[in-house]
Design a binder for this molecule. Structure first.
Ligand code: ADP
Ligand code: MG
Length: 258
């Protein structure tokens, strides 16, 4: 069982606040014995940072996000999230840790079709007492916090909220998915190409709303996309290929060679 009471605790020896996510000498391969897909010497992400990671389709962005969220563990090296090493933690504890500390916006949103919009948004509070308690502190409960988040994300229309999630537009589904990731003020929100099906105007508006909520909750944002034009909105941007030292051929990554 792992627990983090005060994620911003200073290191008593150095007086510095340690990074919220740290990758150290990481290699990851989907198939044993093959050249790794990812070979990253180090990556530190600071608490409260909004980090953009760019890379072409098939370059390993989603795989990297799964490592940053403790869904996958590397074959070599370490991933530390809130100073907890993931490689020595069993998968059930990593799942619990993720439920408490991380919110994820999936590329395809992964909304549950048989649940209402509000139920989709409050779902993480059923798996995490920590997130549930935070909604109590912030708004008086999960339903109230879901309403607050949906209206902050411009989805307040009661008529709209009665519709099944399957009848929402892509932009509306994406904001429901964002509200679900943000509920319970997680330490980290991970966003996997959440704007890929939006036009430029909606893309920018969505990013601004996401930033507002992350800033208010002190949430660290890690956002990946193949669209480098989004980098200008973020505190810091990285091209995956500049930190990934793999020698795996480009065409093996599922993209046609340029
Ligand atoms: P991106 O998100 O940048 O498009 P991915 O991380 O999804 O890239 O995929 C990178 C490579 O890893 C691709 O070659 C893909 O086929 C492979 N890959 C992704 N998921 C799996 C999996 N579950 N099993 C085996 N290979 C995978
Ligand atoms: Mg992907």
């Amino acid at each position: 069982m792992i627990g983090v009471e005060n994620p911003e605790q200073q290191d008593s020896a150095t007086g510095l606040i340690p990074p919220i996510i740290q990758l150290d000498s990481l290699t990851f391969s989907w198939a044993a014995g093959r050249e790794p897909l990812l070979d990253i010497e180090s990556l530190d992400i600071q608490a409260g940072e909004k980090l953009f990671i760019e890379g072409p389709s098939g370059s390993g962005k989603s795989t990297l996000l799964n490592l940053l969220a403790g869904v996958l563990v590397p074959q070599q090296g370490e991933v530390r999230i809130l100073e907890q090493g993931m490689t020595t933690t069993c998968s059930a504890d990593r799942d619990r840790f993720r439920a408490d500390h991380i919110g994820v916006i999936f590329q395809m949103f992964n909304l549950i079709p048989y649940l209402s919009i509000a139920e989709n948004v409050t779902l993480p509070c059923r798996f995490s007492a920590r997130k549930l308690n935070k909604t109590n502190e912030r708004s008086g409960g999960p339903s109230q916090e879901a309403s607050r988040l949906l209206s902050a994300l411009n989805l307040a229309d009661p008529e709209l909220l009665r519709r099944p999630v399957t009848e929402l537009s892509v932009g509306q589904q994406q904001r429901v998915a964002a509200a679900r990731a943000l509920i319970g003020a997680p330490d980290i929100v991970i966003a996997d190409e959440p704007t890929s099906s939006l036009d430029a105007g909606h893309r920018e508006a969505f990013i601004k709303l996401l930033f507002q909520e992350c800033e208010q909750a002190g949430t660290t944002l890690v956002f990946v996309s193949h669209d480098g034009s989004l980098a200008r909105f973020f505190d810091r941007s990285l091209a995956l290929q500049t930190i990934n030292r793999t020698r795996q051929p480009f065409e093996d990554m599922g993209v046609s060679a340029p």
